[in-house]
Structure formats: C-alpha cells, structure tokens
Design a protein around this ligand. Structure first.
Ligand code: URA
Length: 230
C-alpha cells in the first residue's frame, strides 16, 4: 500500500496532515525518511512518524527445502509428517509453501512468509519455469514433446496447459519444464499417454535451483540475492 494511503487510513491523520508530514520529512519507512507519497508500505515495513511507531514491521523470511518423499506439502496433517515439521524456526505459523508437491515427489520447495513473493513465483502469468526430473513406467515416445509444447486439454479445469518443454534423457527419463502448477500436472501430462510417473523430482523454480548440498529433509535460508531474483 502507498504510504499516504497507509497514513490517512489511520484515525489520527487526515489527507492534508499526511501531505504535510511527508513534506516536513517526519515519516520513516524501515528507518529511512521518505517524502514520496507513493513509497510502498508492506506488512513487513516498519513505519514511524517522529518517534511514534505506527507499524512495528517484521522480518521477511524465505527458505529452500529439499522435500523428501513421504511427506505432505501442507502446514498440518493428521496422519503424515508435513514439510513444515522439517522446519525449525520461530513463528513457523506465519510460513507457507510456494508451490506444493505431491506426497512422493521430491526436490525443491520454497517456504516463505511473504505472500506477494510466493505469488510472483507461482502465478502462471509470470511464466517462471518449474523444472522436473521425471522417470516413467513406459518408454517416452517422440510424440510427447510436440503434444506438451502444444498444450494439453484438462477437462476438469476446462483449460489447455501452457506450452511445456520436454528434454529426453533416456528411454524412460526426461526433464520437463512447465510454467504453471495445476493439480498433479506432470502426472496428468504423462497420463495422457497412459504412462505412469514413477519418480518425480523438482530441480528448479525460475532462477532458483535446489542446492546440491541439501540432503532430503534439509533446508537453508535464501540469500538476499536469491530473494531479489523473483
Ligand atoms: N506435478 C505432479 O504431478 N506432481 C507434483 O508433485 C508436481 C507437479
């Protein structure tokens, strides 16, 4: 939200007063004086007028986890361990998963408390590729790549999937790049050819690649540089 709107929404200031506060350099966002009425205030921003704290702000947090098989992409589950059970951090309840994986799918999982960051990562419109290593029961035929690049019709959602890239690695293994994350998307794409996915591993989401040193179940915070890439 713009800082002028943030301030005038408070009961203590009207719009005229907000304009003056900004001109008089009395407003600080994250410790920096701002005169710009368009300056952005986020839920994470600390906002002060003179020495009065109007919003305390909170730290933005982003983690990369190597999801193991046999764990649910949810914050809570009555039966199975969840990916959040693997994270040992304060205020875990603020965290959410950016792009779920199925119970037995392994690989890169991004976890954050920043909703607009995770939306940028997962929205099909931003077209960030999600790259999967896939192993299948049957041979992957040459016709798959063309069909995947044309898009597949998913009757349940009444949509056609966006063009996907398929790179064959072996007779029954491939690397698939998709820009959206429909329910069981990869399995349904191979299912179109009656070919069952036996192993599925997410290697990359946009520019963020699963760290090779992370073993299944391990995680680490993202660096500032990685966070800014999204
Ligand atoms: N597509 C699937 O079918 N499963 C996943 O876990 C991820 C993508």
């Amino acid at each position: 939200m713009r800082v002028d709107r943030f301030l005038s929404n408070l009961p203590c200031f009207n719009r005229q007063q907000v304009r003056l506060l900004l001109v008089e350099k009395r407003v600080r966002i994250d410790g920096e004086i701002t005169r710009d009425p368009h300056a952005e205030v986020r839920e994470f921003s600390r906002v002060e007028v003179d020495d009065q704290v109007l919003q305390a702000g909170k730290p933005v947090r982003h983690f990369m986890l190597h999801k193991p098989a046999g764990c649910v992409s949810a914050t809570r589950d009555p039966q199975h361990p969840t990916v959040l059970d693997l994270i040992h951090e304060p205020d875990k309840d603020d965290l959410h998963i950016a792009g779920r994986l199925d119970f037995n799918t392994t690989g890169l999982m991004l976890i954050t408390n920043d909703g607009s960051w995770s939306r940028r990562l997962t929205q099909p419109q931003t077209k960030l590729p999600k790259v999967y290593y896939v192993e299948t029961e049957q041979t992957i035929g040459p016709e798959y790549a063309l069909k995947f690049s044309e898009g597949l019709y998913f009757a349940f959602e009444d949509l056609t999937t966006q063009p996907a890239g398929l790179e064959l690695l072996g007779p029954k293994s491939a690397r698939l790049s998709i820009v959206e994350g429909r329910y069981h998307q990869v399995k349904r794409m191979f299912g179109h050819f009656d070919n069952k996915v036996l192993r599925l591993h997410r290697e990359r989401m946009g520019p963020l690649v699963l760290d090779e040193v992370l073993k299944p179940g391990e995680y680490r915070p993202l660096s500032d540089k990685e966070i800014e890439m999204i």
